[in-house]
Design a binder for this molecule. Sequence first.
Ligand SMILES: [Zn+2]
Length: 427
Amino acid sequence: MFNPTDTNPPDQLINARLPRWLLASDWPTKNGQPELADIHIANGLIVNIQPSIKPSTNANTPSWDVAGALVLPALVDAHTHLDKTFTLRRMGAVEPGLLGAIAAMMQDRSNWTPLDVEQRATQALQWAYEAGVNHLRTHCDWWEAEATPIAWDVLGELADAWRDKLVLERVSLMPLHLFADSSTAAALAAKIAASGPCARLGGFVHTTNWNAQALRHLLEAAAHHGLNVDLHMDEELNPSACGLATTAALVKDMAFAGHVVCGHNCALSAQDESKALATLDAVAQANITLVTLPMTNLLLQDAVTGKTPKLRGITLVKEAKARGINVLMASDNVQDPFCHVGSYDPLEAFAAGVLAGQLEAPFDVWSESLCRADWLRGGPAAPPLQPGSAADLLIFKNSSAWSFPSRTHERVVLRKGQVISRKESTL
Ligand SMILES: [Zn+2]
């Protein structure tokens, strides 16, 4: 039986309720629900996953009977800002909205010493690791063409220091105007390419800095250096924002060989439906991955002092998924001027997304948006928990497929079959 205090690694996890998206199409069901699963583990790796109805357990094999508890693969936090995190506590009043947050952040930059960034980012990584994250992508503000920001190198060192615990990817978050000149764009891409295999080229695309030529230069420079791209895209409710549509057209026009991720895409929700859906059709064709960031969108979009917001800002996630577009959900900012809440538990952002997007079947369908690291790199699908992959698992004893993600704070996190974190009520 599953003993909450047992820290010995099991070789079998039996009677686990896995999400439907992870199971084969011919997985047996009972009363409309997937049958429970037995997960066989050896040397920290998945051996196979079988329906529990086929007696496959060996009484002599160390087992945990999780008695129908929900089980997920390790979590992916596809979009964070470790350079900015935990800065809110030292700031004064911050104007509401995205541009007010940017102004506050620029004032705080003078405090960003290597030690300051390292301490704040380390706290974030520790929280993420304990929450069950094994892959985290962070953006890093990069304001000038000539100077590499302090945080870029600090985050690179942290990626090395944490490589046994999680994959830490860095994306350069550069204003689009830095790419207006093609030679500057090329030089920036060369710097990112020289930063190692976990570095991505990024940019901030918004109607306030719109420059289609600069966006083309960014993609051309990335292609030249074999870089994947991750863009802050149309993070606004201005229906004239056309960054996503232009990116999809450029990817097709250039036959861009790398992979593109676009975060936010809030403007889609404010556009005429036929225009927004045409953009999504193009995004699907271009194999662009979308990342939705519900917490910051809910806080920053339609934000006016003294007024209750009426618009949600979340992008068209259902329409995107219906077109086969890979949609990830992530934390974004945590405890900084952009978002005062957050905990590096992707399920916190997920809970906001389920409500804001009125998402059906959160566990069986949408939990996939928290678990697909392969969607960050394009290429062939590589779902988690295949035979031979690490037994990186989360067990939620107190939640259910109907109430998920409620009561998921309590969880046991296994990494390569070993317990690395255990959050449980002592009552
Ligand atoms: Zn962001």
